[in-house]
Design a protein around this ligand. Structure first.
Ligand code: KIV
Ligand code: ZN
Length: 526
């Protein structure tokens, strides 16, 4: 037993386990296609954040996903590493093969228990669902003693039937039972009542970890998760920035900060290092291309901004007049790192280390070159700048398309024209040019001409990494290729260069998802 800073007694009974599904349910959001290196980078950051479980992917869905889960299982220390599987033997085998090298592997298997899913989606019977659940948990338990079972669409299931299926999963040795609100339909009092009923029907549930998994279709994912915790659940499944299927999953940072800020009322706590929240949010946003809305709770850029004069006056006199959380608690304090053009390689390496990047050898040389380019244009290079350029560079894979050079002419009264040189994955440098409606349109069409790939731009966003006229620009591009969406990001002091990098990355992602989906063994996403 220990004590929180609020003087609340903390013990295992009131500890809430954080099960992060950013890399599985979160990655199922349209347009997100993270490569292995990006997934491993996010997983390392989730471990620094202190999550209890990382759901690293759904290995049967593609060889690429299986490979990423395997890499995370091998490399990332600390959290339990979990792989998702339907009830089929091949799914469970694929999940096990992907997670088995983890220090603490988990298999998460699921089957729907609502009548609408059983009859319309699975086109089977309740009896068959029971048989599949039994066989799946038994098969998973033959591999590991950490097995999670989810009755999908639990909140819309007949609770007595769902209890029968859960009992079967428990009989076969499931150690965590997760009851999802798959379609974001339930309301907090209903979700809590459902868990109370499950406890009444299945007293054995008191001895296992019971979990919530809520989608945000009605904006209730966090409220429903809290209701589940109030009813006795002690695991929350959630995702950074609330990303996930449709309207997303419950947002990890909102749940964690809710439990942290209201610990003295709720009496619940987590093992999360809250000072890593802002950084994790930035990383996930940058790598997924999903921008965080400015007014998003906890991590939106306005979450700690005060516009009204009365508020500003209040905060200057006493922060807590209008702030219920301290920005420093989530890692938003002004970082002390500031480098300039005279800073050397050693200072850069120390600064990067302080930011959690271990950069050596060739990677350090590249980071140093980019830092010098930046320091020539920008007087003070801050922690946010370094984080942006290093994670931009770390994403540049040697076997992807790369921007060699570009020339964009734009003036009033003449159609903009762009010429680009792109290095293809086979090392050949190809040129393309185009006259477009605007400079960005001409630039991207010239890239299409150089690569011979006819991708279509769907969305284009530019933001500044820090304030000031010399700020680094960060561009996010969403494009479509043969019906599939893919996003990419690029960072540079030159917006056009950042745009070209972002476009080529999105193109690389689109090509690899096209190759993946051409494989016959694809499973549908959960
Ligand atoms: O939303 C859901 O039901 C899921 C399950 C696979 C747990 O994501
Ligand atoms: Zn889900």
């Amino acid at each position: 037993m220990n004590e929180s800073t609020n003087g609340v007694a903390r013990d295992e009974r009131n500890r809430v386990r954080i099960f992060d599904t950013t890399l599985r349910d979160g990655e199922q959001s349209p347009g997100i296609s993270l490569n292995r290196q990006e997934k491993v980078e996010i997983a390392h950051q989730l471990a620094r954040l202190g999550v209890d479980v990382i759901e690293a992917g759904f290995p049967i869905t593609s060889p690429g996903d299986a490979e990423s889960v395997r890499a995370i299982a091998r490399e990332v220390e600390g959290p339990v590493i979990c792989g998702l599987a339907r009830t089929a033997v091949q799914d469970i085998d694929a999940a096990w093969n992907a997670v088995k090298e983890a220090e603490r592997p988990r298999i998460h298997t699921f089957i729907a228990t609502s009548d609408i899913h059983i009859e319309r989606k699975l086109q089977t019977t309740r009896e068959d669902v029971k048989g599949q659940a039994r066989a799946a948990v038994a098969h998973a338990r033959a591999y590991t003693d950490d097995v999670e079972f989810s009755p999908e669409d639990g909140s819309r299931s007949d609770v007595e039937f769902m209890a029968e299926v859960i009992q079967i999963a428990l009989d076969e040795g499931a150690t965590t039972i997760n009851v999802p609100d798959t379609v974001g339909y339930t309301m907090p009092f209903e979700y809590a009542a459902m868990f109370e009923e499950l406890y009444r029907l299945l007293p054995a549930l008191r001895g296992v970890a019971l979990s919530v998994h809520c989608h945000n279709d009605l904006g209730l994912a966090v409220a429903n998760s809290l209701a589940g915790l109030g009813a006795g659940c002690r695991q929350v499944e959630c995702a950074i920035n609330g990303i996930g299927e449709r309207a997303g999953n419950a947002s990890l940072e909102e749940i964690v900060m809710l439990l942290h800020t209201r610990e003295s009322s709720l009496g619940l706590w987590t093992g999360i290092d809250t000072r890593e929240i802002a950084r994790t949010s930035r990383l996930v946003s940058r790598l997924t291309g999903y921008a965080v809305q400015p007014n998003k709770a906890i991590v939106g850029r306005n979450a700690f901004a005060h516009e009204a004069g009365i508020h500003q006056d209040g905060v200057l006199k006493e922060r807590t007049t209008y702030e219920i959380m301290d920005a420093a608690t989530i890692g938003l304090e002004k970082n002390s790192i500031v480098l300039g053009k005279h800073s050397g390689r050693h200072a850069l390496r120390n600064a990067l280390e302080e930011l959690g990047f271990e950069v050596e050898g060739a990677a350090l040389n590249t980071a140093f070159r980019r830092f010098k380019e930046l320091a020539d244009k920008k007087k003070k290079v801050t922690a946010l700048d370094l984080e942006a350029i290093v994670s931009d560079e770390m994403r540049q894979s040697p076997d992807a398309y790369a921007l060699e050079s570009f020339d964009v002419e734009a003036s009033s009264g003449r159609a903009p024209h762009a010429t680009v040189s792109v290095r293809a994955p086979d090392g050949e440098v190809r040129e393309g040019s185009f006259t477009g409606d605007g400079p960005v349109d001409a630039f991207f069409s010239a890239i299409n001409a150089a690569t011979g790939i006819d991708a279509r731009l769907k969305e284009y966003h530019v933001s500044a990494v820090t304030g000031g006229r010399d700020a680094l620009g960060e561009v996010t591009v969403l494009l479509e290729l043969d019906g599939a969406l893919a996003s990419g990001q690029g960072v540079s002091t030159d917006i056009l260069e950042a745009s070209g990098r972002a476009y080529l990355r999105a193109l690389g992602g689109a090509l690899s998802s096209r190759d993946e989906s051409a494989r016959p063994e694809q499973a549908p996403a959960a």
